[in-house]
Design a protein around this ligand. Structure first.
Ligand SMILES: C[S@@+](CC[C@H](N)C(=O)[O-])C[C@H]1O[C@@H](n2cnc3c(N)ncnc32)[C@H](O)[C@@H]1O
Length: 220
């Protein structure tokens, strides 16, 4: 998969792309992530990309020209253009599972007060990562890149994510590791039994119990 991220702040991605599972997925060519500074598409003095809002009001608004030209510079018939915006549909694991099937994602990061409304005409999808306001679309772009990359074949083992929370509308089961006794808190006996059928049944029951206790809404 190829992910092109259109941003005014490519440096924000340095740590994110150079650590852990994402770094490995890039090295193994499972995913290619390109950072495109859309300031380069400005035709104005000082590479200006924003201006004051028509009608007045606070903050600066991103102009449509540089962003649309940046989109057009990388877009192909295989691309899905996603605008990160708090006004989009709230992102879910289900959507991550759908998006992992695309060959090319273009993620557009807004900043400042937001972007010129006309940019909406040039994107396929609008995604929000939750009902709160961030400074820019860079963290949402990282959220999408991370959650999708870990689902791509070869990044991590399938069994590592197939029971993850939100798969089949359930939360994950509880997990334990060494030591067997931590300050008097012990590991459930069933997990030490070596009986795989029993362990599977216990985990399924715990998934349901966990979901009922913490996220009843998922079971609707
Ligand atoms: C300060 S926000 C602008 C918010 C805009 N004035 C509004 O209320 O809809 C700047 C940019 O950050 C990004 N952003 C902020 N919160 C977000 C969220 N919850 N999900 C996705 N993107 C977000 C968007 O790209 C947005 O254009």
């Amino acid at each position: 998969m190829k992910i092109d991220i259109l941003t005014l702040f490519p440096q924000m991605f340095t740590g994110f792309l150079n650590e852990s599972i994402i770094k490995r997925a890039i090295a193994q060519k499972i995913v290619t992530v390109n950072l495109i500074d859309f300031r380069k598409f400005s035709h104005l003095n000082n590479s200006q990309v924003d201006d004051t809002p028509y009608g007045g009001g606070g903050g600066m608004v991103l102009m449509p020209g540089p962003i649309v030209e940046a989109i057009e510079s990388v877009k192909t018939k295989d691309s899905l253009v996603i605008l990160l915006t708090p006004q989009g549909k709230t992102y879910t694991q289900k959507q991550a599972l759908e998006l992992k099937n695309y060959k090319h994602l273009i993620l557009v990061c807004g900043h400042y007060e937001g972007f010129d409304e006309r940019i909406r005409q040039f994107v396929d999808l609008e995604i929000s990562i939750g009902d709160y306001i961030l400074t820019g679309g860079e963290i949402p772009a990282m959220v999408l890149t991370d959650s999708i990359t870990r689902l791509l074949d070869g990044t991590i083992k399938k069994e590592s994510y197939q029971n993850d929370s939100f798969t089949d509308n359930l939360l994950d089961y509880p997990t334990y590791t060494k030591p067997q006794n931590f300050r008097g808190l012990t590991v459930p006996d069933v997990l030490l039994s070596g009986d795989h059928a029993k362990i599977k049944a216990w985990r399924q029951a715990k998934q349901l119990e966990n979901t009922q206790a913490k996220r009843k809404d998922l079971l609707k």
